[in-house]
Every structure is written in structure tokens, then in C-alpha cells.
Design a protein around this ligand. Structure first.
Ligand SMILES: [Fe+2]
Ligand SMILES: [Fe+2]
Length: 271
């Protein structure tokens, strides 16, 4: 099973440049073309939040249009820039969005790797929270199928990254309780996240956690305590998660035209 993870696409109203500078709609169009052109083709796409920038109906309509050419199913979940109601209204043909009641969290059961999406959104705020209700839902799902290899998805990474302005809007409530649940359920192969707009890996409470970069702008890598809140136009990318019975392997797939490929035997172009 091959899963393409696209995160933090930040589609804006009327496709206006985000932060006066980033054409996020055009970047997502390139990401969609990139995923469709992959060989082998991913079985599904998961999008781990900050789908749009301000949670408006118009932004979700643009998102819907841009995603339409995807040739495989796509699963959407919210980040701090999303609005649950507008997301559901914009994608009425995505029934899993209604599974979680108050929250947008859901279980996808029909693939070899079970997918559990957890909603970390605190409406109107940048940081994430996991309350007892949301964590209880996760614990119940994990108890249901303790032997089933499972991927847990959430927008806010559960650990501090060292990028100060992002850690201030990290998962500020419920992270330790989440860690306790994960440590009791070894079927969780990985936790995948967004929010940070950077590729980041950690082992946390014994479970590997990965954060995917954005197909548009990246958060500047700045580990100084007082570093400014800033972004960089580092290469856009997605994550490709390959699940086999041997385990879950993740590749970072860069979007764009690059020199090569060339054969190692003589440097001639691969024909
Ligand atoms: Fe984001
Ligand atoms: Fe975010």
C-alpha cells in the first residue's frame, strides 16, 4: 500500500498570494500533477490539515476544484487554519468527515494499514488540543483491533520541535495522555503530522512520528530561542509512505523539474 501525504496547502480566498508572496493554489496544482504521475501510483492521498488558510466556503470550493483531477481517493482532515463546518459542507461526498460528531476524526478500515485521524483543532486558535473525549475515541479504536497495523494522523505534532514560534502553537494540551495511549498500543506503526511545514522525525513515547513538508512554503529552520516567525521557499515536497508486512517506509518526494536521472554506469540519461 502506497500513501501520499500532502499537508498544509493553505488555499486562499480567490487564489490570492498567501503572505503577499506564495501562490499556494498553483503549488497544490503541481502537487496533484506530481502525485498523478508517480509510478507506481499511490493508492490513496491523505491531507493532514491546514487545507485552506481561513476556513471559508470559497477556499474549500477552490480546494475541491484543484483536487478533482486526483486519480485516487483523498482523505481530508482539519488543521488550525480550517473550519470543521465549512470543510464538511464543501465535501459532502466525503462521508467519513461526519464520523466524529463534534470533531472531524475518523477510522478508515478498508486498506491493509488502518488509518485513524485525530482532530487537534482548537477553533479560532493556532495551537492544538486533545481533550478526554478525543483521546477516549482513539483509545477505544485502538482497543478494538489491537493486532491491526495502524497509522495515526494528526495535524499538530505532539512534541516540541525546537522552532520556538511554532512550539508556542504546538499541541499544548493532551500530548502526554496521547503518548500514554500510544505506548500501550504497539500496533501503531507511525504517527504522521503536518503543521510544521518541514520534514521532521522523532521517536516519541516509543512510537515513530514524522512530519511532512508542505507542497508550498516551508517554515524557516531556526532553532534560536527568539527566532522570528518566518517561512522559506525551500523545495516543495510530499511524503510517500509505503506499507508492506515488513514495515512502514517513508520517502520524501520533491515536486519540480530536477536534473537527471542519469545511469550510474556512465552518466548517460535514463532513456
Ligand atoms: Fe500550516
Ligand atoms: Fe497548522
Amino acid at each position: 500500500m502506497l500513501i501520499a501525504q500532502i499537508t498544509d496547502t493553505h488555499i486562499t480566498r480567490e487564489r490570492k498570494p498567501a503572505y503577499n508572496r506564495v501562490d499556494t493554489a498553483a503549488y497544490l496544482e503541481r502537487a496533484v500533477a506530481h502525485v498523478n504521475a508517480l509510478d507506481p501510483r499511490p493508492d490513496i492521498v491523505v491531507m493532514t490539515g491546514d487545507l485552506v488558510d481561513e476556513g471559508s466556503a470559497g477556499e474549500y470550493a477552490i480546494l475541491r476544484d484543484i483536487l478533482a483531477p486526483l486519480s485516487m481517493p483523498v482523505y481530508l482532515m482539519p488543521g488550525n487554519h480550517d473550519a470543521r463546518g465549512a470543510l464538511r459542507a464543501g465535501f459532502p461526498d466525503h462521508p467519513y468527515l461526519a464520523q466524529g460528531g463534534e470533531w472531524i476524526q475518523f477510522a478508515i478500515e478498508e486498506y491493509p494499514l488502518r488509518l485513524l485521524a485525530l482532530d487537534t483543532v482548537t477553533p479560532g486558535r493556532g495551537h492544538g488540543e486533545l481533550c478526554e473525549g478525543r483521546l477516549g475515541w482513539l483509545a477505544d479504536r485502538l482497543v478494538e483491533q489491537p493486532e491491526r497495523p495502524t497509522l495515526v494522523m494528526l495535524h499538530h505534532p505532539p512534541f516540541p520541535t525546537g522552532i520556538a514560534h511554532m512550539d508556542k502553537i504546538g499541541l499544548l494540551q493532551g500530548a502526554e495522555a496521547l503518548g500514554g495511549i500510544l505506548s500501550r498500543h504497539r500496533q501503531v506503526q507511525r504517527v504522521i503530522c503536518g503543521h510544521l511545514h518541514r520534514p521532521i522525525q522523532a521517536v516519541w513515547h516509543g512510537t515513530p512520528v514524522s512530519v511532512a513538508p508542505s507542497p508550498a512554503h516551508q517554515v524557516a529552520l531556526d532553532l534560536r530561542p527568539g527566532g522570528p516567525s518566518a517561512f522559506m521557499m525551500e523545495p516543495p515536497a510530499i511524503h510517500l509512505h509505503s506499507w508492506t508486512p515488513a514495515g512502514l517506509v517513508t520517502h520524501q518526494s520533491y515536486i519540480g523539474a530536477f536534473d537527471g536521472p542519469y545511469l550510474f554506469k556512465d552518466g548517460s540519461p535514463v532513456g
